[in-house]
Design a protein around this ligand. Structure first.
Ligand code: NAD
Length: 480
């Protein structure tokens, strides 16, 4: 089968069967083998950096080698090394207390973390290597096999991944499945032992429905609108710089990109000026600047333009953070500066859909409680950001809102902490990966009780036929 062929049901089932058979015949997956597989992933990435960067660049239109090395290759290698360093510790059985009196008679209880078997990875196009290797690190670390279905919107990357994985792995260990939405749909219905899907909330719903056919457990890493609250106590220039840095990353095509931002009403103009200064200092030229990533394709480019036109026609102020660059040439390269949409309302698409592009909505506020109520009246976000110096406010925001993760005085960096579990809640997803929680997501926690040296039921006289001793014992046990 060539790399970009669609996989029909039979072809998918064959790969799955081979992986399952190999998994069963291998027996327990030793730590050395897990580490060897992680090392092969690292070698694949390190030895083929240039080729991988070119594939990503051709999928995006423009995505520089530096950006891909930073956002995809470095982050993936870092996650893989983190698992490699910790895997022996995470694999150890964990002792749990045994109830009295079994505990004094030699009984023990332990959790043994076993690999689940074959885990499916379905991934999006936006950071096309990271979204494969980051979960794969946890999956291989937990001793599983993996079937990977990369996004059809990054076809060069998908094709190259298929080729490289075939070179570094046996197909019974890791297989890449290429193809479009039809293949993805068939993939989501496979009898996998676990499925991790990274993508939009809308597609996530159909994935969960499809996985229900075999009761396949799912981890859903979805998207949504991640808010920022800038406190009256914040250093506005520092906040603007960090928010613009995070927003400009991958042209806003990041799941935890700031989506809308609350700014103290009386400092709205000052914030806008600081945003423009930060953007222009980081991207002095937007036309011939490889640091500025392109919008992935024409349909996403049109979607972003429509958000801006819609917001502007419904009365919002649209502020592009740079006026430089020839419009036709920018459109040709699908590049654009960040635009702020100031004081949007709920009738605008930009406040109804995940932006996933270079637009930031800015909303003035007077009272922090307004921001908290606003956030709580919408689907729970993947990330939430607070900028400020007030411990009381920070605590108020943290404890009165529910989001997948939170960062204080910065954006997006919580993703880089390998020991922090990463995942959404509600419409932004379910389950976690990264670190110990990632290892446990892809492991089965098998509870094993081992009896001690005495038969307690016999000794205590509580075997049938039941008599008064049972009543007395139960009276002792069941009381307030
Ligand atoms: P998407 O949901 O359109 O596609 C993701 C995957 O689903 C692709 O592999 C695709 O082949 C498959 N797919 C598409 N339609 C399908 C269908 N009808 N049935 C079955 N499978 C289908 O997402 P996208 O546009 O590739 O990526 C953008 C989204 O991903 C954003 O919402 C973003 O927030 C989210 N995202 C989340 C994370 C995270 O870690 N939470 C990371 C990156 C991106």
């Amino acid at each position: 089968m060539t790399a970009m062929d669609e996989y029909d049901q039979d072809a998918l089932e064959r790969v799955l069967k081979l992986q399952k058979e190999s998994f069963l015949s291998e027996g327990p997956t030793a730590a050395d083998l897990r580490i060897n597989r992680i090392d092969r992933c690292i070698s694949l990435l390190v030895e083929n950096q240039q080729q991988l960067c070119s594939a990503v660049n051709s999928d995006f239109g423009c995505r520089s080698v530096r950006v891909t090395r930073m956002s995809d290759i470095y982050t993936s290698v870092k996650s893989l090394k983190h698992v490699r360093k910790n895997i022996r510790k995470w694999m150890r059985p964990v002792r749990r207390p045994v109830p009295f009196p079994l505990n004094i008679l030699g009984a023990s209880a332990r959790i043994h973390y076993q690999p689940k078997g074959v885990v499916g990875i379905m991934s999006p196009w936006n950071v096309p290597l990271n979204v494969v290797f980051s979960p794969l690190a946890d999956i291989l670390g937990a001793g599983n096999r993996a079937m990977i279905k990369p996004s059809e919107h990054a076809p060069n990357t998908a094709r190259l991944l298929a080729e490289l994985f075939d070179r570094y792995f046996d197909r019974t260990e890791v297989s890449v499945i290429t193809g479009g939405v039809a293949t993805s749909q068939r993939f989501s219905e496979l009898n996998l032992d676990h499925l991790i899907f990274t993508g939009s909330t809308q597609v996530g719903r159909s994935i969960m429905k499809a996985a229900a056919k075999h009761l396949t457990p799912v981890t859903l890493e979805l998207g949504g609108k991640s808010p920022v609250i800038i406190s009256k106590t914040a250093d506005l220039q520092d906040a603007a710089e960090k928010i613009i840095t995070g927003k400009a990353m991958n042209a806003g095509q990041v799941c935890i990109s700031p989506d809308y931002c609350f700014v103290p009403e009386d400092r709205l103009n000052e914030f806008i000026e600081n945003c423009a200064a930060a953007f222009q200092s980081q991207y002095p030229d937007i036309e011939a600047n490889d640091d500025l990533v392109s919008i992935i394709n024409e349909s996403h480019w049109q979607r972003i333009q429509q958000y801006l036109d819609d917001a502007s026609s419904k009365g919002a102020r649209v502020v592009p953070l740079s006026e430089s660059g020839n419009e036709a040439r920018l459109q040709q390269a699908r590049r654009q500066p960040i635009s702020l949409v100031v004081e949007p309302n709920d009738n605008m698409r930009v406040m109804q859909e995940e932006i996933f592009g270079p637009i930031l909505c800015v909303i003035g506020y007077r009272d922090l409680r307004y921001c908290i109520e606003f956030i709580n009246s919408r689907p729970r976000p993947l990330a939430l950001y607070y900028f400020g110096k007030s411990g009381a406010e920070e605590e108020m925001v943290r404890s009165h809102t529910t989001a997948g993760g939170m960062a204080v005085n910065d954006v997006a960096v919580h993703f880089a902490c390998d020991d922090l579990p990463f995942g959404g809640i509600g419409e932004s997803g379910m389950g976690h990966f990264h670190g110990l929680e990632g290892f446990r997501t892809f492991s089965h926690a098998k509870s094993v009780f081992k009896q001690g040296f005495l038969n307690m039921a016999k000794l205590s006289g509580t075997l049938p036929p039941y008599g008064n001793r049972v009543d007395k014992l139960l009276d002792q046990l069941i009381k307030k």
